[in-house]
Design a protein around this ligand. Structure first.
Ligand code: NAP
Ligand code: HSE
Length: 434
């Protein structure tokens, strides 16, 4: 075996802690599989006084990232600080200093991928990023290598473990959104700013990365609609279950003719589908290839050890020299792909939920608006409410499932529905995955 490979871990939070744990507790296994022992030379944090829960030799923990950049003996940097600033500048400096980089930071790759990849190629370095999408599931390898004989025609994926955990546990335990979000944070699934998870941004960033690999299409977050789970209520999960569906936050990219349909939004998925059965912090990516047909990749999509598993695998690929071969061949950020389809043209069925006044003509007003927008109703749920006493008007939930229509028509109808006094907040509109 040759001399040890010196690595630095930049960011010793949830994921960095897991990486250090694998590299220290399973050092012999890592050395045997990569042909070289791996030595943690530095571990960079912001706050030296925070407990890290792992024993590192004196002098390894530092708050000075420049000491890593300047150290010629450090061969590989594992960059696990979140966000884009200063992460972008740190990665550029590491590459310029001659280091290969492993990262789990999807926000950084989504926003600055082209620049970082070009810099790495120009300098003959590599960036390995398996952990940036779907945590422990080897989806980057699947899309960029295992499916290379195919044109991928669709991606339908649960890409955010926090949201999937929240949706699963709310329904299972009839629990509140806020309580389960706090649990997801404690369990290490959520981003430092959990708004990134629940508003759908994290899943959208991952979709941007997959889109580039699968379709050769460079998109930015503003190119497609993103809706999170933050406006959903337990009632929606229960109505969906009553109708035979589960609600999942789905990231979708699919070729429709010459164009690419893209969106991130909560959707009703039929309960029999593998996606509907993917619960808790698990992720699933359904890839359709023109040669292979449907394939599914599922597993732990967030959290300390699953994400660390993908980071360490990438690190070993760099140590072995595999990543240096595959990275330049990915041509990851070329823009040769299809045009993004305008969201108004997207066609699907919808679940609509309103709180409506329980009085005459309310249902007729709603169905009139839907009808005038050429939206056909497939079913209606309004549970019987007790007779009102004292002459007051109650609000009752009304759920409507539509037949297939366009996003454009449903938006027009929604804008008219918003003018009806008889409809109270919230007005929920969720597409159905068919
Ligand atoms: P985290 O727990 O917040 O840890 C971030 C670490 O980076 C902390 O140790 C922090 O130091 C350090 N740090 C932040 N800014 C720094 C700076 N300017 N200089 C030096 N150190 C700095 O985050 P995480 O959950 O481990 O996530 C890390 C990355 O992996 C993120 O990009 C995230 O999106 C991605 N990711 C996370 C998961 C997951 O399940 N958690 C899964 C896949 C990908 P202090 O500890 O001193 O504050
Ligand atoms: N916050 C992310 C999630 C971490 O919940 O999926 C994994 O990327």
């Amino acid at each position: 075996m040759t001399s040890p490979l010196n690595v630095a871990i930049i960011g010793m939070g949830t994921v960095g802690g897991g990486v250090a744990q694998i590299l220290t507790e399973h050092s012999e296994r890592c050395a045997r599989r990569s042909g070289r022992s791996i030595h943690i030379a530095k571990a960079v944090v912001r706050d030296l006084s925070k407990p890290r829960g792992i024993d590192l030799p004196d002098g390894v923990l530092t708050d000075d990232v420049q000491s890593v950049i300047d150290d010629p003996n450090i061969d590989v940097a594992i960059q696990l600080m979140g966000g884009t600033d200063p992460a972008r500048q740190v990665m550029l400096s590491l590459l310029e200093a001659g280091k290969d980089v492993v990262t789990a930071n999807k926000a950084l790759l989504c926003d600055h991928g082209p620049e970082l990849f070009e810099k790495a190629r120009e300098l003959g370095r590599c960036i390995a990023f398996e952990a940036a999408v779907a945590g422990g599931i080897p989806i980057i390898e699947a899309v960029s290598q295992s499916m290379s004989g195919n044109q991928i025609t669709s991606i339908q994926a649960i890409l955010n473990g926090t949201c999937n955990y929240i949706l699963t546990e709310m329904l299972k335990r009839s629990a509140s959104y806020g309580d389960i979000l706090s649990e997801a944070q404690e369990l290490g699934y959520a981003e430092a700013d959990p708004a990134m998870d629940v508003e759908g941004t994290d899943a959208a960033q991952k979709l941007v990365i997959l889109c580039q690999l699968a379709f050769g299409k460079r998109v930015s977050l503003s190119d497609f609609p993103t809706q999170g789970i933050d406006s959903l209520e337990l009632a929606d999960l229960k109505y969906a279950a009553e109708l035979g569906y589960r609600i999942k936050l789905l990231a979708v990219a699919q070729l429709v003719g010459d164009s690419l349909e893209l969106h991130v939004e909560p959707k009703l998925v039929h309960s029999d589908e593998p996606i509907a059965k993917t619960d808790g912090p698990l992720n699933i990516v359904a890839l359709n290839g023109d040669a292979v047909g449907p394939t599914w990749y599922a597993g732990a999509g967030a959290g300390k050890m699953p994400t660390a598993s993908a980071v360490v695998a990438d690190l070993m690929d760099v140590v072995i020299g595999r990543a240096q071969l595959t990275f330049p061949l990915m041509s990851v950020w070329g823009d040769t792909g299809p045009q993004v389809r305008p969201p108004e043209e997207i066609t699907r069925r919808y679940y609509l939920r309103f709180n409506v006044d329980d009085r005459p003509h309310v249902l007729a007003d709603i169905t009139d608006i839907l009808g005038r927008n050429e939206i056909s109703i497939a079913s209606v749920i309004q549970h019987e409410a007790p007779e009102a006493t004292g002459g007051e008007t109650r609000s009752v939930p009304l759920v409507i499932m539509t037949h297939t229509t366009t996003e454009g028509r449903i938006r027009m109808a929604d804008s008219e529905l918003s003018q009806l006094d008889s409809i109270k907040a919230p007005r929920i509109r969720l597409p159905v995955l068919d």
